[in-house]
Design a protein around this ligand. Sequence first.
Ligand code: ARG
Length: 423
Amino acid sequence: MSEHPLQATPPTTSYEADPSQVDRVLLLYSGGLDTSVMLKWIQDSYEAEVVCLTVNLGQPGEDYSVIEEKAKALGAVECHVVDARERFAEDFLVPAIRANAVYGNGYPLFTALGRPLIAQLAVEYARKSNCDTIAHGCTGKGNDQVRIEATVATLAPELRTIAPVRSWQMGRDEEIAYAREHGIPVKGGTEAAPYSIDDNLWGRSSEGRWIEDLGQAPEDDVFQLVTRPELAPDEAQVLTVGFEAGRPVSLDGERLGLVDLLERAAEIGCRHGVGIVDHIEDRIVGLKVRDIYEVPAAAIILTAHEELERLVGTIHQNQFKPALDQKWGYLVYGGLWWEPLRTDLDAYMAAVNARVSGEIGIRLYKGSVRVVTRSSPNAVYDASLASFAESGGLFSQQASPGFIEIWSLQSRMAHRLREEQGE
Ligand code: ARG
């Protein structure tokens, strides 16, 4: 054991590791301060070997070779960097698009969708590398610990987990001191703490600093991805998004692979300043927290998808599905990706989305996203029926009064009754 005051702690649940039984740990390693300190700390406090896993879900601007070198330099016995962008897009983002998945007031769940895949990969690599324990850098106040540990406990009951940030009681200053003491490179350690960032193909979140002050309007330096709307081009751009069975397949008529398409949509959205969300969020663990989200790809793709879905759906389908969408989003937000209800809902989403094919034109202009054109072979729309100018056709206007009489029957009776009773 290290002479450092920070000790490994005994478990409180069945899936947490007992320090005496930890020999080889799979660490979910980002290369940041927390997980770098952790990489050393686990070797010292648990006298265990550490295997590092870094997952590429399309974090913009990340250099994975630097992360790998750092892990090796800090004593990792193995380092794995996995490009999981395709799997993330296919298995997680396509279902999310079909479910119009957002939580609260516009959070498209990019972090919540990424965590079950990261944890699933952790299980796969832990088994391959003969690890007994999975370690992650989540705090005890957030949703991510729930998502990761629920996944590990579901998929691999034989594995144990440890979450050092929950137990080591180091603040940022102590972590920096620990890092210095153990030869862990720290960039800009003396400055104010940076924003806490999480990002992938589907968006980016910032937390901490002034964001925690609800009275404080966003400071410009938080927007590292999306152009500030006031600096976006003066010319609007109309982007046409094509879908097949609820899955985005083209931009402006050009067919693209899913990952390319999402990256391209994000780039265009960034240029026009779209997808900024200033969000107060009800976390699973009871806290309300503010997040600043930059979600340029989701702002475009979800807006287009929802529009097309409503065009091909009947009034009854369109009234029903949002309730299921919301349930889907909440299960995923809550870390229950592996809950069978989510798969059941996916079957319904797939059934509805079988007809969601066509094109939606989206106008992007200084932060706004607006649907301007729609077309689909499956649209439940007949221009001549709907026409204001055309009087006849299949729609019999003479039949309307009879419809109105019967449609309003109960409401009229109830209204009269209340009048007679002097209400
Ligand atoms: N509030 C969002 C969520 O719970 C984003 C969390 C970002 N995670 C992070 N480790 N910074 O899904």
